[in-house]
Design a protein. Sequence first.
Length: 221
Amino acid sequence: MRRKEILLSMFLLLFATVVHSVAQTKATNGKTTAKPNQSVKIDSTLSKDAYLELRATIRQSKGDEKDAESKVLDSVLLTIYNGEIPYSEIWTNKKGKCSFKLALDKNIKIEVSKKGFVTKFIAINTKVPSANKDAFNFNCDVDIFEEVEGLDVTILKSPIARITYSPSLEAFQYDESYTNRVNIELKKMYKKYYKLKEMQNAINSKDSTESSGKKPITKRK
């Protein structure tokens, strides 16, 4: 009888230990809730087979409305945000290029900035159907222009473009409806920019002439 009681006690102790272990495992594998005011960073571990590689080229607008050409810009900082939280930075090379991989199923924001230039943002939704997980790539060109005193750039506080996955194309592309809406306001801003740029260039040219002591050359009628 005594032996049976000892065996029963050992069995109950072993059972309790197993139950406790299982409970801990479930708690560890379950979702965790961030504490208030605690920063939650994006998962930096990228899948080897499923990601979006963004290949960006940053150029400088020349400031001539009729001139579609632009030159590449080096040392432009691209800050990558998961939602509103920055988690990575990358700089463009001498050719104005950089590339980086983004995890899928995230809402990403890219900030494009350089000292003396107006900052722009791009929004990227990397959500892809579970059946279509793959390694994707997307080429993105962004033109930024120099800061001009008096120019209202409020519109640039919102993303100038959105990139999303297209199930029909099975690839990432620009959200055309969003781009068309933004372009209407961008065109208005650019017209003001070109006028202010011309005025600034005229003032700088006049100041340069006066400082050199030379009279401006005037054409005879």
